[in-house]
Design a protein around this ligand. Structure first.
Ligand SMILES: C[S@@+](CC[C@H](N)C(=O)[O-])C[C@H]1O[C@@H](n2cnc3c(N)ncnc32)[C@H](O)[C@@H]1O
Length: 170
């Protein structure tokens, strides 16, 4: 298994969690008040099975291999060219018959993606881009909660879609 993110600090935290199974951090309560916490990986998880890398999803190393499952979690609306990722990058890394799991709240922003590269009307656009090589198996809302501080949270529904790689390369 390989886990990739652009952020060095995210990858560093993931590696620390992998090595020791725990990661101390400070949780914001309000203003500048924080309290110490520890994130722990449940012992049932086999931490050695994954390799974490810093990398750009639009320029992945060609020798990464091919996979039974590729998960792109809340990624595509952070990319400069999401269509390129879906049509040119993804297919290279998914085995025939393999799966792709995409989740995204489609929070398009010029901070990450110039307007002409936004996937307007996101789901039909994704389906059109993936259709030649992937078939939709499942779609559902995936709620998640982001904590800003003790009294402020952001509740989001990502669109979660599962796609199967067809053997056809057309
Ligand atoms: C909204 S966060 C989602 C984080 C995590 N995947 C999750 O679902 O909780 C978007 C993540 O995409 C990463 N990212 C942004 N551009 C990227 C790129 N070109 N290649 C790889 N990762 C990227 C960011 O560093 C950030 O960790």
């Amino acid at each position: 298994m390989v886990g990739i993110d652009y952020s060095r600090s995210f990858v560093r935290a993931a590696k620390r969690l992998q090595q020791s199974g725990r990661h101390p951090f400070r949780l914001l309560e309000e203003g500048k008040i924080t309290r110490p916490c520890v994130a722990r990986i449940p012992s049932i998880i086999q931490r050695k099975r994954i390799r974490f890398l810093t990398g750009d999803a639009l320029h992945l190393p060609k020798n990464l291999g091919t996979f039974d499952l590729v998960l792109a979690a809340n990624l595509i609306d952070r990319l400069s060219d999401p269509a390129k990722f879906l049509t040119q990058v993804l297919p290279q890394f998914v085995k025939p018959g393999g799966l792709v799991l995409l989740t995204s709240p489609y929070t398009w922003s010029p901070d990450f993606t110039v307007g002409r590269h936004w996937l307007r009307n996101s789901f039909p656009s994704i389906q059109k881009l993936l259709r030649p090589k992937f078939r939709l198996l499942h779609r559902q809302d995936l709620p998640f909660l982001l904590r800003e501080h003790r009294r402020k949270f952001q509740f989001t529904f990502a669109d979660a879609t599962v796609w199967k790689r067809t053997t056809s390369s057309h």
